[in-house]
Design a protein around this ligand. Structure first.
Ligand SMILES: Nc1ncnc2c1ncn2[C@@H]1O[C@H](COP(=O)(O)OP(=O)(O)OP(=O)(O)O)[C@@H](O)[C@H]1O
Ligand SMILES: [Mg+2]
Length: 264
């Protein structure tokens, strides 16, 4: 399968911090790859390198065959980026934000207005189109952010934690938008801290930790590896252990649980 993104051996160090410590990443055309990892794992750093915003110390990456270092203009013409933090201008309305971006991308005046109207409609923001973005709810702002990253009709979209901080309803709206884009053939690289989000949207998941890839696979494969549930119970008195075993056995339908007994 053709690759939309291929990164090999990406390294980026900030002093002692190894933000990226030899990352390989492949995103097939038309697929969604989720990069999952905790705070500081290197997700945003990887996105910034792939978006030509940051030079890696070592390694190389291509987007549809164009090298991010040697041919950044070609890469930029193919990609859209919704950064981790809102990038729209708070004082401009939804329409003004999108028209501004379209004009910067060389749309004609009429073309820019038409593109803005089309995106606002697609993201169900038409009713709020004339209001300043600072009056939007978190979910609406995120949708406007997403709309902004689509003005240039990207074939590859980077979404850096698109739903962090959103309530379940707003999160579902963003997920629906992403699914629609993918149905239209857009390739998506999505970072997230939530296995559930990667599971919902991604065809495959790459797990980052401390700047390294620590696991990779389809969501169901990864869940099978890490999906067990753990219940830790500490009775106030050791004498109650047998009762606790019995109750837990009844509750979980399992045999005697694994125990560690420590004198406290
Ligand atoms: N400009 C910078 N200067 C110094 N250190 C940086 C810089 N950018 C990132 N780092 C460090 O690199 C590491 C990776 O950061 P990065 O932002 O890529 O993580 P992340 O996975 O996106 O985390 P989060 O989930 O919190 O957004 C962190 O330890 C961070 O402090
Ligand atoms: Mg980040």
């Amino acid at each position: 399968m053709a690759l939309a993104i291929r990164a090999e051996g990406l390294v980026k160090h900030y002093g002692e911090t190894k933000a990226l410590d030899g990352v390989d990443l492949e995103v097939p055309e038309g697929k969604v790859v989720g990069v999952l990892g905790p705070n500081g794992a290197g997700k945003t750093t990887a996105v910034r390198v792939l978006a030509t915003l940051l030079r890696p110390d070592a390694g190389h990456a291509t987007v549809h065959g164009h090298d991010v270092l040697k041919d950044p203009r070609a890469v930029r013409s193919l990609i859209g980026l919704t950064g981790q933090y809102a990038s729209v201008d708070e004082d401009l309305s939804g329409t003004e934000n999108l028209v501004l971006l379209a004009r910067l991308l060389d749309f004609s005046r009429a073309g820019a207005r038409a593109k803005a109207a089309e995106l606002l409609e697609q993201f169900e923001l038409t009713d709020a189109a004339g209001r300043a973005a600072k009056t939007y709810s978190g979910g609406m702002r995120r949708r406007l952010d997403l709309a902004a990253s689509l003005v240039g009709n990207p074939s590859v979209l980077y979404l850096d934690e698109p739903t962090t901080g959103l309530d379940p309803h707003a999160r579902n709206e963003v997920w629906a938008v992403v699914r629609k884009l993918v149905a239209n053939g857009v390739t998506v690289l999505l970072t997230t801290q939530y296995l559930e989000e990667a599971d919902q949207l991604a065809d495959s998941i790459t797990v980052f930790d401390h700047g390294r890839v620590v696991a990779e696979g389809r969501p169901d494969e990864l869940k099978r590896r890490v999906g067990g549930q753990t219940l830790q119970v500490r009775p106030t008195s050791l004498r109650d252990l047998d009762v606790v075993y019995r109750i837990l056995g009844d509750l979980t339908g399992s045999g005697r649980p694994a125990t560690t007994t420590r004198a406290c």
